[in-house]
Ligand binder design. Structure first.
Ligand SMILES: O=C(O)CCC(=O)C(=O)O
Ligand SMILES: [Fe+2]
Length: 341
């Protein structure tokens, strides 16, 4: 069955207006979405040409650790490194870890964990197993420029790497901190716990920075190298771009992609995982110990997927470096007074 179009995808204004006229919603969206399905992959390079050109004019110089990560990402879509090795900044790590520990100790987080363990898990159907610093992806939360998590995602150590992986300036579309609640129960796998490809773009980069030791019991992510579009496993259950990802049937998946092809992101606290999540992955079924991580993500600027946050325009500095302007979709905004939408 063809998956339904996602209401989330951002369609151009004229299409939105036309679809509001009485009786026109179905035919207008039907025709437009068919066109978008047909053209999204074909026009991806064309629609990203400005970002490629601008990046090529001023490519960043990568340190040896970034170069190694880039080589791994290009080869198999997956890479990892200790925060200390990549950033070499113990003070930054201690600050971030301190913030996370403070957050975990708040009554709001404790209460959310309690609620999930007592009753929440019983009718959970998506990502109720997560306590989130900023909240659900759809909320488009307003965050200040000086958010430590935004600053981390825009740090040249990771942003230059993301841009080099894409070969263009990227668009940052998600940032949060997740506390994955450990609970042993026999409810079905839900949300990101099931094998899937992400929906946001046909090439992606997601980062996960661990604030706890993570193993299979704490819901470590599993990933299938060589399952990006065009690779060995890339044609299986393709994304419904740009509307949706893909969710292969759980029983069939291991028969077609054998477990010896999966990698499990079991690593100690302080590890940064990088993964192109247009490939198959799953994670977040914690049973023995909570998994706490910061996560953020980049797509190409052509992505139609809405950004999960907005940067408070009143807090934006006037003069931002070009990679950051692109990451926040401010590249055309000379005044920087508009909300990063
Ligand atoms: O919680 C996990 O490990 C899975 C996360 C995931 O699927 C995602 O962030 O795209
Ligand atoms: Fe995912």
């Amino acid at each position: 069955m063809k998956p339904k179009s996602s209401a989330k995808v951002v369609r151009p204004r004229p299409v939105q207006w036309l679809a509001r006229l009485p009786g026109l919603k179905k035919p207008v969206l039907g025709v437009y979405d068919t066109w978008l399905r047909f053209s999204y992959r074909r026009l991806w390079n064309w629609n990203n040409r400005e970002a490629v050109r601008a990046f090529a004019e001023r490519p960043p110089t990568l340190c040896p650790v970034q170069q190694r990560l880039l080589a791994d990402l290009r080869e198999k879509g997956f890479a990892y490194v200790s925060f200390a090795n990549l950033f070499g900044d113990g003070q930054l790590w201690r600050n971030l870890d301190g913030l996370v520990q403070e957050w975990l100790a708040t009554e709001a987080v404790r209460e959310a964990e309690r609620h999930y363990r007592e009753i929440g898990y019983k009718d959970a159907h998506f990502k109720e197993y997560l306590v989130r610093w900023y909240g659900r992806e759809v909320d488009g939360k307003l965050i200040p420029w000086d958010s430590p998590w935004l600053q981390l995602a825009l740090h040249p150590k990771v942003l230059d790497l993301a841009n080099s992986y894409f070969g263009m300036y990227t668009r940052m579309y998600h940032v949060d901190v997740w506390d994955t609640i450990a609970l042993k129960h026999d409810g079905p796998l839900i949300g990101g716990q099931k094998w899937h490809r992400d929906p946001a773009d046909i090439k992606l980069l997601k980062c996960f920075l661990y604030f706890t030791d993570v193993d299979e019991g704490s819901g470590a992510m599993q990933y299938v190298p060589y399952s990006r579009p065009g690779e060995k496993y890339g044609n299986l259950w393709p994304q419904d771009a740009p509307f949706d990802g893909a969710r292969p049937p759980g029983k069939e998946f291991p028969l077609v992609v054998p477990p010896c092809e999966w990698v499990t992101a079991s690593f100690p606290k302080g590890t940064l995982i990088l993964a192109d999540t247009a490939a198959f992955h799953r994670g977040g079924r914690a049973e023995t110990r909570n998994r706490v991580l910061a996560t953020w993500a980049y797509s190409s600027p052509a992505s139609r997927w809405p950004r999960a946050f907005r940067v408070d325009p009143a807090t934006l500095p006037a003069d931002l470096p070009e990679p950051i302007r692109w990451a926040l979709s401010l590249q055309r905004d000379k005044t920087l007074r508009r909300t990063a939408a």
